[in-house]
Structure formats: structure tokens, C-alpha cells
Design a binder for this molecule. Structure first.
Ligand SMILES: [Zn+2]
Length: 340
């Protein structure tokens, strides 16, 4: 009898250890990213005076500068762990913000514009604004993230649809668009249902406390050239008509989990209208990986739940083959790249 109990306990222990090892594997290792390594750019050795450069941290955090004016999208550096996102509470990681700003060589900035109010875009932006003197731009939801962090009203500005904002020689037009539509109904409801943050948001809070707010596409005009920043793989029909751009920064996260139809519509509604010469892919890297070292694809647990990474790459390769005049690229981490 005793031997049987001991044997049973041993089997249970082995099963528990197996489950723990599997969970650790799923939570701590990453998929291969849905981009072609041959698209990767290195940093530009020479940025001439007055030229516009861009630096990339990962997800949709981009720092634009013409040497005179520096501004950024998102300013997101904290990387909460998968279990914190699913079950715990999250808050800005001050050391990560230090590191991110230092590596991007940002001391002063004119503005920080979260492309929408989810945590992986807007969570750190009030602290980035506080440290750099930047104005926090965006929706009322983003403003409430700023207020919850104690950012003064003088550093918060709610923008209107298609309002043009002047930052030095940059003219930024904020176009209200739509967020990526999560195919999973549960995630869809939690991430996009009840979309607004109506009260000052004081972290730590659940990741889902960072509600979407408004998802913007930014059109960025500068005497040197034009760009479009699409922070999420969503679209609102016809909204980008007339916004021709030399470069499109295209958020592709989750695209593979969508239908073929959705992918085609997304492409038509972004690249189709902008007619760029270059497409820079963004938001394809892990949301939980470190902000130093090589980029990785999503953590295995995430892609296990919403598969489709290979379909994203297949789709992009197909578009690359069909559009030989269009150059596909991904940015290095932190090193400046000459835009125009
Ligand atoms: Zn989002």
C-alpha cells in the first residue's frame, strides 16, 4: 500500500515538474519574428545637418529628429512579464525608462504621442513627458493616463481628428483610425470593449485598465519628406485617402491571426492610399522581451494562443514580390537611421 502511494506521489511530482517546465518554456522563450532578416537595416553612419532621422526601440516606439526638434511615438520601455499582464498589475519601470531614453539619446523632446492608450503604447509616456519636458498628445484616455501620473495639465493636450500639430518643422496630423480587431472574442471584449479611460488612471493597475482610447494614424510632414505611422494593424475605411507618404511605418502585430480578407483590406487601406516607396515594419517584436539585445518574435505562450506568425511573413513576402518598387525594411534597435 505504502509503495503504491509513494509511486503515485512520484508520478504526480513528475507530472507537476513537466507542467512547470512546459510553462517556463512557453513563458520565457520566443517565436522567430515574422520579418525577413534580409530587411534589417543597420544604423546610418552619417546623418547630415537638417536631415530627419528615426530611432526604434521595439513595438511602436519611434524617435524622430531633425537635429532641431525631437519627438516620439509611445515612448514605451517597460516590459511587464507575461504572467503580470495576464493576472497581475503593471506600472512603469523607471530603470527601463532611464535606459530607453539614454539609449535613444533623448534628453529633451517636444512631444510624446501614444498611438493609442493600451499599456504597450501609453503606459510610460507621462513619465517620458515628465523627464523630457514633452507635451503628451492623444485622446482623452491618454490624457487620463497622464493625469493619473500627476503630469500637469500644461503638458497634456487632447488632439482632434485630423488636427495638424506643429512641432518645429514637423507637421503631425492625427487621423482617428481603428485598432487591430482581435479575432478571439474574449480578448476582443477585454481589450476593445468599453474603450475609454474616463478617470485619471493611477498605476499599478491591471494591463486591461489601459483601455484603447482612440487609435491614431499619424501623418508626419517635414520639408525633407513625409511619413505615415500606423501603430496597430487596424484600419477605418477611406480614412487615409489623400495622405500620400514617402515612408510608411506599418504595425503588423497579429496580422497572421486574421483572415486573408482582413489582411488585404488592411494593406489596401494603408499602403494602397499612402503609395510609399519604403515600408518600415513595426510592432512585430516581443511585448515581454528585454529592450536590449536582439529583437525576438512574440513569447511562445502568446503565439500559442493566437497563432499565425508564419502567415504574417508569408503575406508580406507575397506583397514584396507583387510590389518590386516598394522597399521593405526593419530598423535596428536605438541606432539612428537616416529617413530623408
Ligand atoms: Zn493595442
Amino acid at each position: 500500500m505504502k509503495t503504491a502511494i509513494r509511486r503515485f506521489a512520484m508520478i504526480l511530482a513528475v507530472i507537476a515538474a513537466g507542467i512547470a517546465a512546459f510553462a517556463a518554456y512557453m513563458l520565457n522563450t520566443y517565436e522567430v519574428a515574422a520579418v525577413d532578416p534580409s530587411w534589417a537595416l543597420g544604423g546610418s553612419a552619417d546623418i547630415p545637418d537638417g536631415a530627419v532621422s528615426v530611432r526604434y526601440t521595439g513595438t511602436a516606439t519611434l524617435v524622430f529628429s531633425d537635429g532641431e526638434t525631437t519627438w516620439m511615438t509611445d515612448g514605451w520601455f517597460t516590459r511587464p512579464r507575461p504572467l503580470q499582464i495576464a493576472f497581475g498589475e503593471i506600472e512603469p519601470d523607471m530603470a527601463a525608462i532611464d535606459l530607453g531614453l539614454a539609449r535613444n539619446k533623448v534628453e529633451r523632446a517636444a512631444a510624446v504621442f501614444p498611438l493609442h492608450s493600451h499599456y504597450d503604447h501609453a503606459m510610460d509616456s507621462p513619465e517620458v513627458a515628465r523627464r523630457t519636458g514633452a507635451i503628451l498628445l492623444g485622446s482623452e484616455s491618454t490624457a487620463n493616463i497622464g493625469r493619473g501620473w500627476g503630469l500637469p495639465e500644461s503638458q497634456i493636450r487632447v488632439v482632434q481628428d485630423r488636427e495638424a500639430i506643429q512641432l518645429g518643422k514637423f507637421t503631425i496630423t492625427a487621423i482617428e483610425s481603428k485598432h487591430f480587431q482581435f479575432p478571439d472574442p474574449y480578448v476582443h471584449e477585454r481589450a476593445l470593449g468599453d474603450p475609454e479611460i474616463t478617470q485619471p488612471l493611477v498605476p499599478p493597475v491591471s494591463a486591461f485598465g489601459y483601455k484603447v482610447g482612440i487609435a491614431y494614424v499619424l501623418h508626419v510632414a517635414h520639408p525633407r519628406g513625409t511619413a505615415l505611422v500606423v501603430g496597430t494593424a487596424g484600419f477605418a475605411e477611406g480614412k487615409l485617402e489623400g495622405f500620400d507618404s514617402d515612408v510608411v511605418f506599418l504595425g503588423i502585430g497579429g496580422l497572421g491571426s486574421q483572415t486573408e480578407d482582413y489582411r488585404e483590406s488592411f494593406w489596401r487601406e494603408t499602403i494602397g492610399y499612402a503609395k510609399p516607396k519604403r515600408v518600415v515594419l513595426i510592432h512585430w517584436d516581443s511585448l515581454t522581451g528585454p529592450i536590449e539585445g536582439p529583437f525576438t518574435g512574440p513569447v511562445r505562450a502568446a503565439s500559442f494562443l493566437s497563432e499565425g506568425t508564419d502567415r504574417t511573413l508569408e503575406f508580406l513576402k507575397q506583397k514584396e514580390a507583387a510590389n518590386p518598387q516598394l522597399q521593405f525594411m526593419t530598423l535596428p534597435r536605438y541606432d539612428p537611421v537616416l529617413l530623408y
